[in-house]
Design a protein around this ligand. Structure first.
Ligand code: SF4
Ligand code: SF4
Length: 319
């Protein structure tokens, strides 16, 4: 069976809505089985964002309504389902999650069930927002992590990618979070040559000292060469794809898709990276989302293979 045929079957024959087949089909292509559903992602901000970053791998913008905001009730339905399936932690992304007016209520619901992480560009984290997040965080026994994206350690390098004024606003958001007791994870997409990493890392340390964040947590993630990043730099070379041979003796636990799924307003997808690809939509429900996924279709999988669980707070590419 080819991967295209399998993806089609996963959606159309209803078999995977009830069953939870963990085993990959016997085939000549590489598959990612879902070993267990430990982590659940929500595309809570849809593809709507207050920025228009030139490297955005799902091409979010103020005008991109391909995926919409997820209302509290929808998220709650999936949270309830996730409990039965043993999910251990939750991630919220977009677009920009804090553009969703239900975000605070969603976090309150989630933190009754497990730890949560929000991926944000930091622009909307004003003083009162940070204060509210602190109050929510203090009412729960589970951790609330905030990840803030910055793509340069100064306005010039950051704003070239994320837009004019975004550096100052994000830095202000980070300052507010630090003031209100958070240790935000600063997520930086690598848009520079490897030999420059140390210098750039030092630059981040310096700028964080300025907001009294003396031991900042910095996560550098590799570029995913899809969406707008494909235009900004380059797409994948022909050789950059996963083969069956490459998966032999490889620890597939390093791939997000063997431990997690992504919920959107259009159904459940295999991972947070491939929501623009219809074949990555696995099912309507979480129970139906246990199908293995073919890794030979999309070259973004190659980046995961090389760099580890790049979307998770802690990963092989974490620094
Ligand atoms: S990279 Fe993040 S902040 Fe930038 S447009 Fe995409 S979703 Fe928005
Ligand atoms: S992009 Fe990464 S997480 Fe998504 S299916 Fe491919 S390997 Fe798995």
């Amino acid at each position: 069976m080819t991967s295209e045929k399998f993806a089609k079957n996963s959606l159309n024959n209803g078999r995977h809505e009830q069953a939870a087949p963990h085993q990959a089909p016997d085939d000549e292509i590489p598959w990612a089985p879902l070993h267990s559903l430990d982590t659940l992602w929500f595309q809570v901000g849809g593809t709507i964002c207050n920025l228009w970053c030139t490297h955005c791998f799902i091409s979010c913008s103020p005008k991109n309504h391909n995926f919409g905001f997820m209302p509290r009730e929808t998220v709650k339905t999936f949270l309830d389902e996730s409990k039965e399936l043993g999910v251990k932690e939750y991630y919220f992304t977009g677009g920009e999650p804090f553009m969703n007016q239900d975000m605070f209520a969603i976090l309150q619901d989630t933190l009754e069930m497990g730890p949560a992480t929000v991926l944000t560009n930091g622009i909307l984290i004003r003083e009162r927002t940070a204060k509210r997040l602190q109050a929510i965080s203090e009412q729960t026994r589970f951790s609330l992590e905030i990840r803030v994206s910055l793509d340069g350690c100064n306005a010039e390098s950051n704003d070239r990618i994320r837009g004019n004024g975004s550096f100052d606003k994000a830095l202000n958001g980070l300052r507010n979070l630090v003031t209100h007791g958070f240790l935000p994870i600063i997520t930086v997409a690598q848009t520079w040559e490897d030999h420059e990493t140390e210098k750039i890392f030092d630059g981040f340390m310096e700028i964080m000292k300025g907001i009294e964040y003396t031991r900042p947590r910095i996560k550098i993630i590799p570029p995913l060469r899809i969406g707008r990043e494909k235009v900004r730099s380059r797409g994948y070379e022909q050789y950059e794809h996963i083969t069956l041979e490459m998966m032999r003796d490889y620890d597939d636990n390093l791939l997000q898709c063997t431990r997690s799924r992504m919920v959107t307003d259009k159904g459940v997808y295999v991972c947070p990276i491939l929501i623009d690809y219809p074949e990555a939509r696995i099912s309507e429900t979480l129970k139906g989302a246990f199908s293995p996924f073919p890794l030979d279709n999309n070259q973004a999988c190659y980046t995961c293979y090389i760099s580890g669980a790049i979307c998770h707070n802690f990963s092989a590419s974490n620094s």
